[in-house]
Design a protein around this ligand. Structure first.
Ligand code: GDP
Length: 444
């Protein structure tokens, strides 16, 4: 997961100060030395680190903190607030033109994920904001970029405007906007030409596209894995084009996080979205506050709830609750449950959103558990419906058949059955408690 090293170190350092009833200047100084090292190791720009440390130190030894009843906690709060401010403070909104279409120019170096992100953004605009975007293929230099955008358009069932690779990007952009007006598209996403390096020809061309399209947003797509390079690229593009936002891709990878923490401070351009995978729905608005909480191990429950609301089927949840209450919950329902949980995303990512989850020993090895879930699913899938409804009929020969069919073993199957029984007992207890509560006229 991204930020893992940074998160570990910061949390260890803050843990020591959190519980302190009295914090001296020397305590703060020592802590800040460690925070500074942690940030530098995460590849955060050194100047950004210096300013950050200065701001936090000043506030941490201030009267508000020192004289409060819980100075240790106050220091942690200061770090969280400053980390949030560093990444841009508030979540930044995407522009809406009062003379549609709203034009977004997507710029970036080759391989950063520009074309993919253009598709993802169109998908998000339609899904979340109910918009009708037009994709424009103006990256005429990278072989296959046009084809790639057309394929993305097909996957999304979304139109792609293209004039091949013989027409200049400026002309493509001009005609695309006219086309969008004619066809009543409210957003135009222009996938502009990328290059391997920043060069004058590229910037000239992008400036011309900017001139002719008068974009409402210019988003730079950068690869988070490239760390400080991403920050330098952002700075150059910003100087020459005037960016309105950055999209940081590949945050699902093993990045140390330096780019995410430095871009806003160095370029004064906010990160607006982050890419979290190759799939077309793996783009999320960037929330500085939530990201800061996640880095400090305070969890990101809001994102988790949003994810759950977007993916979990409300009807099914109700049905399930009913089944739990009437104790008719079967192995088949359990299989269904596992599927729902899986839809939320990889387990280690979900755990990262729970406050303090990283402190629980063993949770670091959840990848193993992910495999475990796969095995449990395979076992249940190898059962007949009758067996799933009533596991009591499982005799030795049926068990051997299931273990063979699922590529597992009989002891594993027995363990699952035992756990399932335990689970049902728990449900019974819990519903029993609820019933009692109701009878007493307890909470609704
Ligand atoms: P472009 O040259 O900038 O247009 O780059 P592409 O859109 O072709 O992307 C380059 C590679 O990065 C592709 O293999 C994408 O699938 C991959 N990619 C893009 N965004 C992400 C992301 O957020 N996470 C991951 N893991 N891969 C990404």
């Amino acid at each position: 997961m991204a930020f893992e090293g940074l998160a570990d170190r910061l949390q260890q350092t803050l843990q020591r100060i959190r519980g302190k009833g009295k914090v001296t200047e020397a305590d703060v100084k020592e802590m800040m030395r460690e925070v500074r090292l942690a940030l530098l190791e995460a590849d955060v720009n050194f100047k950004v680190v210096k300013d950050f440390i200065k701001r936090v130190s000043e506030r941490a030894v201030g009267q508000d903190v020192m004289q409060s009843l819980t100075p240790g906690q106050q220091v942690v709060k200061v770090v969280q607030e400053e980390l949030t401010a560093l990444m841009g403070g508030e979540q930044s909104k995407i522009a809406v033109s009062n003379r549609p279409p709203t034009v977004i120019m997507m710029v970036g170096l080759q391989g950063a994920g520009k074309t993919t992100t253009t598709g993802k953004l169109a998908n998000l605009l339609r899904k979340k904001y109910n918009r009708k975007p037009l994709l424009v293929a103006a990256d005429i230099y990278r072989p296959a970029a046009i084809k790639q955008l057309e394929t993305l358009g097909k996957q999304l069932s979304m139109p792609v405007f293209s004039l091949g690779d013989k027409v200049s990007p400026v002309e493509i952009a001009r005609q695309a906007i006219q086309h969008a007006r004619d066809e009543h598209h409210d957003y135009v996403l222009i996938d502009t030409a990328g290059r391997l390096h920043i060069d004058e020809a590229l910037m000239d061309e992008l400036q011309q596209v900017k001139e002719i399209t008068k974009p409402d947003e210019i988003f730079l797509v950068v690869d988070a894995m490239t760390g400080q390079d991403a920050v330098n690229v952002a700075q150059s593009f910003h100087e020459q084009l005037g960016l309105t936002g950055v999209v940081l891709t590949k945050l699902d990878g093993d990045t140390r996080g330096g780019a995410a923490l430095s871009i806003k401070a160095v370029t004064n351009t906010p990160i607006k979205f982050v890419g979290l995978g190759e799939k077309l729905d793996a783009l999320e608005p960037f929330h500085p506050e939530r990201m800061a909480s996640r880095i400090l191990g305070m969890g990101d429950v809001l994102t988790l709830i949003e994810k759950a609301q977007a993916t979990v089927d409300a009807e099914k949840a109700k049905e399930l609750e009913q089944k739990m209450r009437t104790q008719s919950f079967t192995l088949d329902d359990f299989l269904d449950q596992l599927g729902q949980v899986r839809k939320l995303g990889p387990l280690d990512e979900l755990l990262g959103m729970l406050p303090g989850a990283n402190k629980i020993k063993g949770l670091k090895d959840v990848q193993v558990d992910e495999k475990q879930i796969g095995r449990v699913e395979a076992i249940i899938r190898s059962m007949t419906m009758a067996e799933r409804e009533n596991p009591d009929i499982l005799n030795a020969s049926r068990k051997r058949r299931i273990a063979k069919g699922s590529g597992t073993t009989v002891p594993e199957l027995n363990r699952l059955l035992k756990q399932f029984e335990e689970m049902k007992k728990m449900m019974k207890m819990m519903t029993g408690m609820q019933q009692k509560g109701k009878k007493k006229g307890g909470f609704k």
